[in-house]
Design a protein around this ligand. Structure first.
Ligand SMILES: C[S@@+](CC[C@H](N)C(=O)[O-])C[C@H]1O[C@@H](n2cnc3c(N)ncnc32)[C@H](O)[C@@H]1O
Length: 284
């Protein structure tokens, strides 16, 4: 296992994933009843953009570095930007003052309410230690050093009826698409009232298309697909875009994605027109 998210934190793919996460949290917050957020591949929680790994790739400059300047035009992402601001109290318009980037657990921390719970899994020692330290004084947050796929059977269903499962693997192994699909099915079966989401990379089209065909044939219902490509998706060796599968998403998330993604693309595109997609793979 070589993957370290610290090289990629805050890049366009994180902006896409964390923006959608923000829309989902805002939808969950509309009802008072508590919700549970469970994440299988949580990472370190917070990333230092001036650390050696982030400086080596500079990927964040094409992601949060661009979108931060446009935040006034994206009011539906106010919760996401507030999570960034909280970690960087002196940050205003000058994006060079941006130092710390919130991973998905830190965004969940910012957007959950006192009655909501987080269950976070991370299998690698170093990011797990950072995550455990970050949440060491938080109530209603459980951080587990364990395989996220196995954790789904250990922790689902939780007592809460409402909630969200995020599956965000590193996709280093060619088997990861298959494992992730099985994980979606496990999460859906064990906690059908929740929403399950999977982030996936788009290098060339084939693996993502195979995943989508398998989902269409899976028997599961209410499967939404959202994608954002900042480069033409024909060079298999680079990350051209990414997508999110949302099973049983909150009402009107499709419309919110349709409204948001073209505006994200305008800011994040690298070469050519890029593309976005929001489509129900399987309706009700
Ligand atoms: C893409 S990163 C997660 C980023 C995080 N979700 C975010 O958005 O801030 C994937 C993480 O999964 C961890 N990981 C890899 N295999 C795992 C497994 N089987 N179970 C749990 N964590 C795993 C890696 O160490 C890495 O920190």
């Amino acid at each position: 296992m070589h993957y370290l998210h610290s090289y990629h934190a805050g890049n366009f793919a994180d902006v896409f994933k964390h923006s959608l996460l923000c829309l989902l949290f805002e939808a969950l917050r509309k009802k008072d009843a508590p919700f549970c957020y469970l994440e299988t591949h949580a990472g370190a929680g917070v990333y230092d953009l001036r650390g050696a790994d982030a400086r080596k790739t500079g990927e964040w400059r094409g992601g949060i570095g661009r979108i931060w300047r446009q935040r006034a035009a994206l009011p539906e992402l106010a919760g996401y930007f507030a999570a960034v601001q909280e970690l960087n109290p002196t940050l205003a318009a000058a994006v060079d003052l941006l130092r710390y980037y919130p991973g998905s657990p830190a965004i969940a921390r910012a957007l959950r309410r006192a009655q909501d719970r987080l269950v976070l899994m991370e299998s690698q020692a170093e990011p797990h230690a950072a995550l455990a330290e970050y949440f060491s004084r938080e109530r209603h947050v459980a951080v587990h050093a364990q395989d996220g796929y196995q954790g789904l059977t250990a922790f689902l269903p939780p007592p809460e009826a409402r909630g969200l499962v995020l599956i965000d693997p590193p996709f280093e192994s060619p088997m990861e698409f298959t494992q992730a699909l099985a994980a979606l099915r496990t999460a859906q079966t064990r906690w059908p009232t929740a929403c399950q989401i999977l982030w996936y990379p788009i290098k060339d089209r084939a693996p993502a298309q195979r995943l989508q065909r398998a989902l269409i044939e899976s028997g599961m219902r209410r499967i939404l697909c959202a994608e954002l490509c900042v480069l033409p998706d024909d060079v298999a060796l680079r990350l051209n875009g990414c997508g999110m599968i949302l099973i049983n998403p909150p009402w009107q998330i499709d419309a919110a994605c349709v409204a948001l993604l073209p505006r994200l693309l305008d800011v994040l595109r690298v070469e050519g027109p890029g593309r976005t997609r929001v489509e129900w793979l399987v309706p009700e």
